[in-house]
Design a protein around this ligand. Structure first.
Ligand SMILES: [Fe+2]
Length: 144
């Protein structure tokens, strides 16, 4: 793969999402509090695993994963989440936006890597895309 900057953009998004997801985890309110509190925990655990996996993939390729919070904020396309109180519906909609954005970026990375026969990146990101698709199904079911 030639465009490793995109992997760092993705890594930066995962770092920002770790903070944003904790905000939602702590500050969601409403009837489905427990359900969404637990669901956001499952998501940030998953994002945190992806964060480490993507950084190690960059290292494996001889590239430098970004490590500084200031770099993450500069390179992420997902912005920091303002607010300290979120309804359940607001939270699920915010999550849907994040998952769609990450799925799109993961798909772009997968396809670019495929053009360059970068099998390790293809393999890793196919799993990410499939994971986001599954979460988006959960989200659609929650919003239905
Ligand atoms: Fe917690």
């Amino acid at each position: 793969m030639k465009n490793y900057a995109k992997l760092n953009e993705y890594l930066s998004n995962l770092a920002v999402l770790n903070a944003n997801l904790h905000n939602l985890h702590w500050n969601v309110v409403g009837k489905q509090f427990v359900e969404i509190h637990e669901y956001t925990e499952k998501l940030y655990d998953d994002f945190f695993e992806k964060y480490d996996a993507v950084a190690e993939l960059l290292k494996m390729k001889g590239e430098k994963p970004l490590t500084k919070l200031s770099d993450y904020l500069q390179n992420a396309t997902i912005k920091e989440l303002d607010g300290d109180k979120f309804t359940c519906e607001e939270t699920v909609k915010i999550l849907e936006g994040y998952l769609n954005e990450m799925k799109k970026l993961a798909t772009d990375i997968r396809n670019e890597a495929d053009e360059d026969d970068d099998f390790e990146v293809v393999m890793e990101f196919e799993e990410h895309v499939a994971g986001y698709s599954k979460e988006l199904w959960f989200i659609r079911s929650m919003l239905a």
